[in-house]
Design a protein around this ligand. Structure first.
Ligand code: ATP
Ligand code: MG
Length: 385
């Protein structure tokens, strides 16, 4: 019988935490595989997917490599703990190049010791694979024979690395400020990787920004949801805020004030949806609004924690990750973002808080925040495969 073995890290798991972690992981695996037929079993420190459609094996694995909390996956064959049965399966294995066999014998009633059994299995494989050689130190392929106490042996020839991290749902909820750019989806990815449930928020400036720009954000959220699971995506119109700042304030302070108003609206939404932190894609020094002084003046309007997982990353490193997680292509589609509308020529890079506050006093901030919040709409996003 074919099965898929799922391994998860056990390092940080103690006492009751372990149960909490496992339950969240189990729930996430099930919802990721929603629509597939399968059974899920728990065997010490691992999950086992059985009774699935073998034609769907690749698709199932593709989905599971994105589930945070899983460390690696191996498609495997399972037989009873009988030496002849195991060796018969080894006969079917085809390898080329350097390989080794690693036997783990959790069941001590199995009559042959691990090392000896690995050698026996190696011989059987060599007999059938003329282009294979044993290399214990630098093998290209490791064949794992896992002889378990439950009476079954799992034989696998492939270990596929997964996303790692902690299961989503184990570290509270974060409100991700999702622009259409490269950075914010990556920021959301990292916080979800630490177990945060994500609620995304996008500010648009319709009609200055287009319907296509909105679609782009929806696409980004869908790509991200392969990792985060189903999420909510909210939209708030920022048009009136921008027009008001444009009319009333020194244009060089436009971005600083915009970002402070974004934070106030974000705090409001966070309270309403139970988010305990705001997440942004900011990276120190990347643009005028991301200097230490700008970040300080943005943070000053809220007492909520603001998580900026990319703060110390180079742009090129962020781009690499965006490519790896599959958001890059969408992020670089050329639609206007609300921040590029009314962009000042010389944004201040070191806004002074007293100056910012003076400029802001020309606005009815509470009304702007309330009116913007009234435009809130929220949609459900789930992954598309
Ligand atoms: P990104 O690549 O994520 O767009 P950026 O390098 O363009 O980031 P900024 O435009 O200064 O930088 O935005 C910094 C952060 O502010 C973004 O990473 C995002 O978290 C948030 N943000 C910016 N614009 C929006 C928006 N229209 N809606 C929601 N969040 C936004
Ligand atoms: Mg941007």
């Amino acid at each position: 019988m074919k099965v898929i073995l799922l391994r998860y890290g056990e390092i940080h798991l103690k006492g009751n935490n372990r149960r909490f972690f496992e339950n969240a992981l189990l729930k996430n695996i099930k919802s990721t595989l929603n629509g597939e037929t399968f059974k899920l079993q728990h065997i010490s420190g691992r999950y086992l997917i059985t009774d699935y459609d073998e034609k769907r094996e690749y698709a199932i694995i593709q989905k599971l490599v994105c589930v945070f909390g899983l460390h690696s996956i191996s498609p495997a064959v399972v037989v009873e703990n009988e030496p002849e049965l195991i060796l018969a399966e080894c006969k079917k294995i085809s390898v080329t190049g350097k390989f080794r066999v690693t036997t783990r014998r959790a069941s001590k009633i199995f009559p042959i010791k691990s090392m000896q059994f690995s050698a026996m299995a190696g011989e059987v494989i060599l007999d059938n694979c003329p282009n294979a050689v044993v290399d214990l130190h630098e093998p290209d392929t490791v064949i794992n024979i896992d002889i378990r106490e439950n009476g079954y042996t799992y034989i696998s020839t492939q270990t596929i690395p997964c996303a790692g991290g902690m299961p989503v749902g184990t570290a509270g909820k974060g409100l991700l400020l999702l622009s259409g750019g490269i950075d914010s989806p990556v920021a959301g990815y990292f916080m979800a990787k630490r177990g945060m449930t994500i609620h995304a928020l996008h500010f648009h400036s319709f009609p200055y920004t287009s319907e296509l720009a909105k679609q782009k954000v929806i696409t980004l959220a869908k790509l991200l949801s392969k990792y985060t699971g189903a999420i909510k995506l909210s939209f708030v119109s920022f048009t009136q805020v921008q027009e008001a700042i444009n009319r009333n304030c020194d244009r060089d302070y436009m971005i600083t004030i915009m970002r402070r108003i974004m934070m106030r609206i974000s705090e409001r939404l966070s309270k309403d949806v139970g988010a305990g932190a705001i997440i942004t894609g900011e990276s120190l020094g990347q643009v005028a609004s991301q200097t230490l002084e700008s970040i300080t003046s943005t943070s000053a309007v809220t007492s909520m924690p603001i998580f900026r997982p990319l703060i110390g990353f180079d742009k090129l490193d962020i781009i690499d990750i965006a490519r790896k997680i599959g958001t890059m292509e969408t992020s670089i589609l050329p639609y206007e973002d609300c921040c590029t509308v009314f962009l000042p020529k010389n944004p201040v890079t070191k806004p002074r808080l007293d100056r910012v506050e003076r400029e802001e006093s020309k606005l009815d901030i509470d009304k702007l925040v309330n009116d913007a919040y009234d435009t809130l709409e929220t949609i459900d996003i789930s992954p598309e495969y």
